[in-house]
Design a protein around this ligand. Structure first.
Ligand code: GDP
Ligand code: GDP
Length: 435
């Protein structure tokens, strides 16, 4: 099940500041003006080993003041429906406003866990001021300062208590789960139909025809998996913000539930910021990923076009570029089956276990020829490597001075693992540990 934490609240209470702190992203822009466009509204976070996705609902409200209230109401309703835990943020410096009260009214109706978080409690003396928020009737009030981070640990302890313990056993799900994600109109439903060989759902030119996530059991030509078809991300121009927010929530959920994510692009439009966000979300969630460039039939091309297109995509998704990119045309039935084969290959890569003897045989040789550079006159000796149990590839390299190994060497090791063992489409983790 997906672990999604939605931060709701009126503008300027500090939602995006908390979001940044929880996700440690410095990318979102925090501004004194509310409604400012931030570039990332959902991101993976981890606390005491539990992973979850944080959604900053403020990032989905754009435009003039008069649409604010309605948009915020809609978001709260969607958050109630789609999120697992809701953080209701208020501002201790301004106290309760009408809009706060309205939001509280909506939140009182849900049985999902809701936490009232009084933000901007930067000093101990403000602790007393936050007691007015008990008037919401939503239980305990958590005092935090998103700027200093105080109180956020306690809040997170409570929030993650709703999430299951991470499963560390090696047992895999019986069937791979594969999700097609992408912006509206790129061809997700058409691809699903083509794969199934029947009109599974009606495909039209109108963006947003398919709204719900569809799960299909695929079992043909020797491949068996669960295909999850999502509505994908919507363009702001065409639909209202609440719908964009809704489809983002859906995409996050589908993504968290799947093993391999097929990110579909429209060849005519290329890569957009939203695509990159989804890509990184998949990567951070340690999902298998592949990219499908659809509507290739509409591109005027020569023998260089594909290579150039591919290079452009790899540049945008760097540094994780060891990802399959396939050019398809659903209309001309080009390379559709290749998509299935590749998705299955990515899944095999993701679940691959390298025998310890083979791993050491190959890697220790490489390391011997190219050891980590000495630091402060100290030599680093890597003695032994092993793949750790888990749902995605993780490797431990045991050595005398793990703290002296820097990122470039780690990248070198990762590249060598990829070259020798084949982990295309799969994020891999490498740890250096004291032996
Ligand atoms: P959002 O609209 O709810 O996402 O609010 P923002 O995160 O953009 O924050 C609005 C303003 O409140 C910004 O100027 C922040 O710097 C400020 N702010 C956020 N958190 C805190 C806090 O813990 N203490 C103080 N003093 N200011 C904060
Ligand atoms: P979705 O919103 O991502 O599910 O996109 P749809 O599957 O609904 O496709 C949107 C539109 O693009 C429809 O009119 C499809 O017929 C069209 N389309 C899908 N794939 C292709 C393709 O490979 N080539 C061309 N020319 N059109 C396509």
């Amino acid at each position: 099940m997906a672990n999604i934490v939605a931060i709701v609240g009126r503008p300027n209470v500090g939602k995006s500041t908390l979001f940044n702190r929880l996700t440690e992203s410095r990318k979102a822009i925090v501004d004194d003006f509310s409604g400012v466009t931030r570039d990332r509204h959902y991101e993976t976070a981890e606390w005491v080993g539990k992973k979850f996705t944080v959604v900053d609902t403020g990032g989905f409200v754009h435009g003039s003041d008069d649409i604010f209230e309605k948009a915020i109401r809609d978001q709260v309703l969607i958050a109630i429906e789609e999120a697992s835990v809701i953080i209701f943020m208020v501002d201790v410096l301004t106290g309760i406003t009408d809009l706060d009260m309205e939001i509280a009214d909506l939140l009182r109706r849900t049985s999902k866990p809701v936490y009232v978080v009084a933000n901007k409690v930067d000093h101990a003396k403000l602790h007393y001021d936050s007691s007015e928020f008990y008037a919401f009737g939503l239980g305990e009030v958590y005092n935090v300062s998103s700027v200093t981070g105080s109180g956020t640990g306690e809040l997170l302890d409570t929030v993650v208590s709703h999430f299951p313990e991470p499963i560390e056993d090696e047992e895999e799900d019986p069937l791979p789960k594969i999700t097609i994600v992408g912006r509206p109109n790129v061809g997700k439903s058409s691809m699903t139909n083509a794969l199934l060989g029947e009109e599974r759902n009606i495909v039209t030119d109108i963006a947003g025809t398919t709204r719900d996530t569809i799960k299909i059991h695929y079992n043909k030509f020797g491949h068996e998996f669960i295909l999850i078809d999502t509505a994908g991300l919507r363009r702001k121009k065409k639909v209202s913000e609440d719908i964009e927010f809704y489809s983002v929530m859906r995409t996050i959920r589908a993504l968290e539930d799947s093993d391999v994510v097929i990110l579909m692009l429209d060849a005519q439009e290329g890569v957009e910021a939203q695509d990159i966000n989804i890509f990184h979300l998949a990567e951070k969630n340690r999902k298998g990923v592949m990219i499908v460039v659809n509507k290739w039939d509409l591109i005027e091309k020569d023998h260089k076009t594909m290579k150039a297109f591919e290079a452009q995509i790899r540049e945008r998704i760097a540094p994780f570029t060891d990802v399959p990119i396939i050019f398809t045309s659903v209309v001309e039935k080009q390379r559709i089956f290749k998509v299935v084969e590749t998705a299955m290959e990515v899944y095999r890569n993701k679940t691959k276990k390298i025998p310890t003897s083979k791993l050491n045989e190959v890697m220790l040789d490489i390391i011997e020829n190219y050891p980590p550079p000495a630091l402060k006159g100290k030599y680093i000796k890597i003695k032994y490597a092993t793949q750790l149990p888990g749902k995605t590839p993780m490797f431990a390299f045991f050595c005398n001075l793990p703290q002296y190994i820097k990122d470039p060497y780690k990248r070198f090791i990762e590249n060598k693992l990829r070259e020798n063992f084949g982990f295309t489409g799969v994020p891999i983790q490498i740890y250096f540990r004291q032996k």
